[in-house]
Ligand binder design. Structure first.
Ligand SMILES: Cc1cc2nc3c(=O)[nH]c(=O)nc-3n(C[C@H](O)[C@H](O)[C@H](O)COP(=O)(O)O)c2cc1C
Length: 410
């Protein structure tokens, strides 16, 4: 009720952000990723009412498949006072089987025909993969996402091994799934934990599947209690590797999406570390057609959609872009190999009027750079140009915006 009132006094009208992706009409590029937030009909209903364009329902499996969860399943990577900079989980797929998910898909499609209702699946045997797809397509799902990348292992695989780590298994299984669909698109959710992500993307493309979801959580050991030596999350004194998500993994995901998009012509659903509208712009600029979010929702709630939509809307307006779709791949021409980078000489320049003499650039350059910053006779630092190589470290440790800039040498 309160939320509705707030919406009514929103004085910034949002521009139309709708576009088509994989033949599906979307209100905006923001989709809920497969996770606890999408494992409950009422929660997804509420998210749709609040403005999310679609949801990937948490990964389901065939009836009779046992999902053996261990608790607690969450831990966090807090960094310098920031909670949940990274979040680790040892969750598995949903305990709710296909019969329940079929029901949810039917209800959601009836109540929200304009939303993208997608379902995520995992199986071991060919007949199970195929029956999951057939049943979900019949129930009205708009898209199927196949989890080939659960960090806690796949059904039928060795524990800890992900299907998407094998090229042949990826291609074969993706082919089974695609064969079983009639019309709806299939996306394969992959892991960045491979030697060559491009080869995995090529295997998916060869299978005939329509898209890739890149790229799930990052396997991590979240920490060790230094008194008891128990790892986190502490499950009776022991633990296992977690799937890490949230802001800490964004750069890994950006690289994964970019590397696929630069080499393979296949639509991408981006997931892994996006929290804000500008993160979403970055994901799209390196090749994602939509952005799936999970940890930010688990941290701050479905209401983050208001900021996502309003930020994206104003950005599109400011940049004079007609639709989010025009963002896709915009940064790719600027991602090149190291050999292709320019070799101009640059040097650091400190704006003395802005400098607060905090010492950080001086210490960083002295002990991690080229000893090119001096601070004598006063504490205000100055750059010795003949020593400075232009590495940029000082600029990145400086707490004052625009105080240190890199200048091209004449
Ligand atoms: C607690 C939890 C459970 C998840 N369960 C699933 C799942 O069942 N299937 C799946 O494909 N991804 C699952 N994910 C991964 C998310 O869909 C998403 O890809 C990942 O969290 C990265 O996005 P984020 O950084 O926005 O959280 C889960 C993530 C979390 C945190």
């Amino acid at each position: 009720m309160e939320y509705q009132k707030l919406k009514e006094i929103d004085i910034y009208p949002l521009r139309d952000m709708s576009y088509d992706f994989l033949g599906i009409h979307l209100e905006n590029p923001f989709i809920l990723a497969a996770a606890p937030s999408t494992d409950n009909l009422d929660m997804v209903r509420r998210a749709f009412e609040m403005g999310w364009a679609g949801a990937i329902l948490k990964t389901t499996s065939v009836e009779g498949n046992r999902v053996d969860l261990a608790y607690p399943m969450m831990s966090t990577f807090d960094h310098e006072g920031r909670k949940l900079f990274g979040m680790g989980n040892i969750d598995l797929i949903s305990e709710r089987h296909i019969d329940e998910i079929e029901h949810d898909v039917k209800v959601l499609k009836k109540e929200f025909p304009e939303k993208m209702v997608a379902a995520s699946i995992m199986a071991g045997r060919k007949e199970d993969w195929q029956s999951l797809v057939e049943r979900l397509e019949k129930a009205g799902a708009d898209l199927i996402e196949c989890s080939f990348s659960c960090p806690q292992g796949n059904i039928g695989e060795d524990p800890g091994k992900m299907l998407a780590q094998s090229l042949s298994a990826t291609e074969l299984t993706a082919r089974w799934v695609k064969e079983a669909t009639k019309k709806i698109p299939v996306s394969i959710k992959i892991t960045p934990h491979v030697t060559d992500i491009v080869e995995v993307a090529r295997a998916v493309k060869r299978s005939g599947c329509d898209a890739l979801t890149a790229s799930n959580s990052i396997q991590a050991l979240m920490g060790i209690d230094i008194r008891s030596f128990s790892p986190y999350p502490n499950v009776g004194g022991k633990s296992t590797y977690s799937g890490m998500t949230g802001p800490a993994i964004k750069p890994i995901t950006l690289r994964t999406i970019a590397e696929i998009a630069r080499n393979v012509d296949i639509p991408i659903l981006g997931t892994g570390g996006a929290s804000t509208w500008s993160d979403a712009v970055e994901f799209m600029a390196v090749g994602a057609g939509v952005v799936e979010l999970c940890t930010v929702v688990m941290h701050y709630g479905f209401r983050v959609i208001d900021d996502l939509k309003s930020g994206m809307s104003h950005y599109l307006e400011e940049m004079n872009f007609s639709s989010p779709a025009v963002l896709v791949g915009k940064a790719l021409p600027n991602i090149v190999m190291h050999d292709d980078l320019q070799r101009k000489k640059i040097r650091s320049h400190i704006n003395k009027k802005l400098c607060i003499a905090c010492d950080l650039c001086y210490v960083a350059c002295r002990d991690g750079g080229h000893m090119a910053i001096d601070q004598k006779p006063s504490r205000v630092p100055h750059v010795e140009w003949e020593r400075c190589v232009g590495c940029g470290l000082c600029q990145h440790v400086c707490p004052v915006e625009s105080c240190i800039e890199m200048h091209i040498m004449a």
